[in-house]
Design a protein around this ligand. Structure first.
Ligand code: COA
Length: 260
C-alpha cells in the first residue's frame, strides 16, 4: 500500500510512524486508519522492529480527532460501523499488538487522537500537549474505546468529568492523572521516547509479547488475567530467549536475545 497520510522512519530496531495531515491537524479519516492498520501490521510482522513510536507531524497536533467532515451525515447504522471498524482495525489492534507501542503526544490529542494514544501501551507528552474527549460537544460520544480506556487509566470520576465537560487537560494535569508517564519539552519528545525504546529493545521481545498479553487480559471482561499470566509465564520457559536470558545471567554477561 502506498502511504499518503503517514510516513515511517526506521532506525536501530525502532520504527516511528508519523501521521502526516498537518493542515487538518492530523485528523483520522478512514484512509489514515487503513494506512495505520497496514503499517502497524507490517511492522509487527517484521522481526527487526522491536518498538514502535506513534506521533503526529507539525508542532500543533498529535491527532485532533476523527475526521468530523467524514461522518457528519452518517446514519445510526453507519455510525455503528464506523466505531466497530475503527476499533477492530486500529484501536484494539494497537492495544493487542505484540510489539510495544509508545504514543509521543506532541500537541492536541483529542477524541480519536486521545483514543489512539490510550490504545498505545504507554504515553509520553510534550509540555504543550492538550488532551481531551470533546465528542459530547458534537452530540456524539467517544466511539474508539475512549469510554473504556479513559476510566481504566485515570479512574471513573475523572473520566466522567473529562467526557461530560468535553474539556481539555494540559500535560501536567494528564501526568497527575496518570494518563501520560512523562512530560518533556517538544524538542526532547522523540529523543526521550527513543531512549525508552532502546531500553525496551535490549529485553526479550518474546517475553514482552507475553507480558502485553497478560496485562491486557486483566482489562478484558471475558478473560482471567491471572490464568493468562500463568499460561504466558509457562510458555516463556519453552523459548530460546529464556535460555539465553538465564544463561547470560549465570555467566555474568549481557544477554543477546535471539528473539524466539
Ligand atoms: N476533523 C476534521 N477536521 C479537523 C479536525 C477534525 N477532528 N480538527 C481540526 N480540523 C481541521 C479544521 O477544520 C481546520 O481545517 P480548515 O483549515 O480546512 O478549516 C484545520 O484542521 C485547522 O483547525 P482549526 O480549528 O482552524 O485550528 P485551531 O487552532 O483554531 O483549533 C482545535 C484547534 C483542535 C481546538 C480545533 O481544530 C478543534 O476543536 N478540532 C476538533 C476537535 C474535536 O472535536 N475532535 C473530536 C472529533 S470526534
Amino acid at each position: 500500500m502506498d502511504f499518503e497520510n503517514i510516513y515511517i522512519e526506521e532506525e536501530n530496531n525502532l520504527a516511528t510512524i508519523t501521521i502526516n495531515r498537518p493542515k487538518k491537524l492530523n485528523a483520522l479519516n478512514k484512509r489514515t486508519i487503513e494506512e495505520l492498520h497496514v503499517a502497524f501490521k507490517e511492522l509487527d510482522e517484521d522481526n527487526e522492529t522491536k518498538v514502535i513510536i506513534i506521533t503526529g507531524s507539525g508542532e500543533k497536533a498529535f491527532v485532533a480527532g476523527a475526521d468530523i467532515s467524514e461522518f457528519s451525515d452518517y446514519s445510526v447504522k453507519e455510525g455503528r460501523q464506523l466505531a466497530a471498524a475503527g476499533q477492530r482495525k486500529l484501536f484494539d489492534f494497537v492495544e493487542n499488538l505484540s510489539t510495544p507501542v509508545i504514543a509521543a503526544i506532541n500537541g492536541f490529542a483529542l477524541g480519536g487522537g486521545l483514543e489512539l494514544a490510550m490504545a498505545s501501551h504507554f504515553r509520553v507528552a510534550s509540555s504543550n500537549a492538550r488532551m481531551g474527549l470533546p465528542e459530547v460537544s458534537l452530540g456524539v460520544i467517544p466511539g474508539y474505546g475512549g469510554t473504556q480506556r479513559l476510566p481504566q487509566l485515570v479512574g471513573k470520576g475523572r473520566a466522567m468529568e473529562m467526557i461530560m465537560t468535553a474539556g481539555m487537560v494540559d500535560s501536567d494535569k494528564a501526568f497527575g492523572y496518570g494518563l501520560v508517564n512523562h512530560v518533556v519539552s517538544s524538542e526532547e519528545l522523540l529523543p526521550f521516547c527513543r531512549k525508552i525504546a532502546s531500553r525496551i529493545s535490549n529485553n526479550s521481545a518474546v517475553a514482552i509479547k507475553h507480558a502485553i498479553k497478560a496485562v491486557n487480559a486483566g482489562f478484558k471482561y471475558d478473560a482471567d488475567g491471572y490464568s493468562v499470566e500463568i499460561d504466558a509465564f509457562g510458555s516463556c520457559f519453552g523459548t530460546d530467549d529464556f535460555k539465553e536470558g538465564t544463561t547470560a545471567f549465570l555467566e555474568k554477561r549481557k544477554a543477546d536475545f535471539p528473539g524466539s
